[in-house]
Design a protein around this ligand. Structure first.
Ligand SMILES: [Zn+2]
Length: 253
């Protein structure tokens, strides 16, 4: 299986999984980039995976289905009309045509029913975990998002994370504000700037690097706790409180 980024909108990635003549897409917010790639490569669409209901993740589904009626897998807990295979925690999706199995995780926080898919050392986590960051809390609580991120962080370190936005440099700027003395963050900024200068995606990225550079996964670190407390103007007594303070700060960063 090969995984290809199809840039969409301003900074989205639609992920296309391909093997032989078959393809599966994750979060097709628009149909045009998918249709163009399928035509150019002579591929047949075999299925669609959805992580959550936001328009930049589902907007292209109807147009794709009009041309090829394929199974659509997506969160059972969200109201998405096109889903005919609702999935949730513990389900296994066998991707037709690709010979690949993906395990489903419930990862609420960004939206109430957000799911992720994991298999073959690849994690498709939508807008939950970003490189050096995490999604905004539109529908969930800080505790939910914290638990979702911890669930993803428990996956093997060699997991490659396929999130759906190119937010890496702005997230790293925030990470550097949280931990100015963290050398892993400055190294990652330099590496990511070099990639972006060549118009390369910074996604996917290895999960192991997140533990060193993602402030939302470093809520146990004394330096992170101190900065979060300074920003919140009070003492914070749990990792979830630290997480919530960081997320609020990031919203106005
Ligand atoms: Zn979203």
């Amino acid at each position: 299986m090969t995984i290809i980024p199809l840039p969409a909108f301003r900074d989205n990635y639609i992920w296309l999984l391909r093997a032989g003549a078959c393809a599966v897409v994750v979060d097709p917010g628009e149909a045009a980039p998918v249709l163009r790639y399928l035509a150019d490569e002579g591929l047949t669409l075999a299925a669609i995976l959805i992580t959550h209901h936001h328009p930049d993740h589902v907007g292209g589904v109807a147009e794709l289905l009009a041309l090829a009626p394929v199974p659509v897998y997506g969160p059972a807990l969200e109201d998405i009309a096109s889903i005919d295979h609702p999935v949730g925690e513990g389900d296994v999706v066998r991707l037709p045509g690709l010979g690949v199995e993906l395990r489903v995780f419930d990862i609420p926080g960004h939206t109430a029913g957000h799911v992720g898919y994991y298999g073959e050392s690849a994690l498709f986590c939508g807008d939950t975990l970003f490189a050096a960051g995490c999604g905004r809390l539109f529908e969930g609580t800080p505790a939910q998002m914290f638990d979702s991120l911890q669930k993803l962080a428990a996956l093997p370190g060699d997991t490659r994370v396929y999130c759906t936005h190119e937010y890496t440099l702005s997230n790293l700027a925030f990470a550097a504000a949280v931990e100015p003395a963290n050398g892993a963050i400055s190294e990652r900024i330099a590496a990511s700037e070099a990639m972006r200068a060549q118009n390369q995606p910074t996604v996917p990225f290895p999960l192991s690097g997140e533990m060193l550079t993602n402030p939302f996964l470093r809520t146990h670190e004394p330096a992170v706790i101190r900065q979060a407390e300074t920003q919140a103007g009070r003492s914070l007594t749990s990792p979830v409180e630290v997480f919530a303070a960081l997320r609020e700060w990031k919203n106005r960063f």
